[in-house]
Ligand binder design. Structure first.
Ligand code: AFP
Length: 344
């Protein structure tokens, strides 16, 4: 018996629900004939952990999981209960899948060696970024970077597997727990965004092949420490004000970055005289977003150097970050260079 396959052009009743994250990952894997499927599985594991963390963040106000956990992490920052929950969820997902040999997490002082020498991948992750926003119900995020290990599979992991520059990333992404929850990722072939449909429990492709505007009119920076900024940055901010750009800063990197990626803008967390390396972490914050930015046609520097070219020297290394629309990053970079040259 021949069964008719209905398409949306036959009947409106056959409308398409969309492409799920899992199917999209599978479709992309099929583009690479010799891909073993491990990276795809790893991305699906991250997608699953994101759904669980999304559930926890949504009920934080009800389930007594908002507020401080009672510990400080390696950065000296107070851990929130949701920081700890997200760290457990993501590390568990990454451990169980079997593709990963080591994890670097914002919440753990040392590298987590999974004692899985057959794992090909190293993951650096900030399980819950913007945690000071949890208690006030403002968007927060997860940021992840995936590297292929450089030492042979089957041998114990080495420091060079972990300390790789961002340009070596094979995939990176973020999850934004906001007015809707989104997962955005790249494997170096463009950037795609997926929105979570809670009633179906799936991420659906909603933002295919994301491209950042070349220029923008939004600048995102905590200007409270303006007096400690270097002259080139101050000059840039004065220009933004003269041009009456919009200042938008929510204090959650993922949310500020995501908005600027879609609308055009720049996010800045600079070096200051008090914090000469800025605040953000290279391995599990700046590198992932820099990779996504470049894949979407935007860019990221530390004021001077391309973020993806920085050779890390320590696990929780900080870096200043200027990230967003390519023309804006270029302009602030040029002013910084000009003013630095005058002071030498
Ligand atoms: P928390 O996770 O401690 O809230 O820090 C968030 C963050 O790393 C980044 O998401 C924000 O953009 C930035 O710090 C905010 O820092 P300031 O409070 O110094 O502006």
């Amino acid at each position: 018996m021949k069964v008719k396959y209905y398409t949306p052009s036959d009947s409106k009743l056959a409308y398409s629900v969309g492409v799920t994250l899992d199917r999209f990952i599978k479709m992309k894997q099929d583009d690479f004939p010799f891909a073993s499927g491990e990276l795809s599985q790893l991305l699906r594991d991250i997608g699953l952990a994101a759904k669980i963390v999304n559930r926890e963040t949504n009920r934080a106000g009800l389930a007594n999981i908002a507020g401080a956990f009672g510990n400080t992490n390696i950065q000296g920052e107070e851990q929130q209960k949701l920081d700890v929950i997200a760290n457990i969820r993501f590390t568990r997902a990454l451990t169980k899948g079997g593709e990963v040999c080591a994890i670097v997490s914002e919440e753990d002082d040392e590298v987590i060696d999974l004692q899985n020498s057959s794992g090909k991948y190293v993951v650096a992750i900030d399980p819950l970024d913007g945690s000071s926003n949890i208690d006030v119900n403002i968007s927060i995020g997860t940021i992840f970077s995936i590297y292929r290990r450089v030492t042979p599979v089957g041998s114990p992991i080495q420091p060079e597997d972990i300390m790789q520059p961002g340009r070596n990333q094979v995939a990176a992404g973020y999850v934004l727990y906001g007015s809707s929850t989104m997962l955005v990722y790249t494997t170096g072939h463009g950037v795609n965004g997926f929105t979570y449909e809670a009633s179906l429990g799936e991420f659906f492709l909603s933002h295919p092949d994301m491209k950042a505007p070349q220029n923008g009119k939004i600048y995102s920076i905590n200007e409270g420490t303006y007096n400690h900024f270097e002259p080139g940055l101050r000059e840039y901010l004065e220009n933004c004000k003269k041009l009456e750009y919009s200042a938008r800063y929510i204090g959650s990197l993922v949310a500020d970055f995501h908005r600027n990626l879609l609308k055009g803008g720049i996010y800045i967390y600079p070096a200051t005289t008090k914090s000469p390396s800025g605040k953000l972490r290279l391995l599990y914050e700046a590198n992932a977003l820099a990779f996504i930015a470049e894949q979407a046609g935007a860019s990221a520097i530390d004021g001077e150097e391309r973020i993806l070219d920085i050779q890390p020297s320590s696990l929780h290394q900080r870096t200043p970050l200027y990230i967003g629309s390519i023309e804006m990053v270029k302009e602030v970079g040029a002013l910084i260079k000009k003013r630095r040259a005058l002071t030498v």
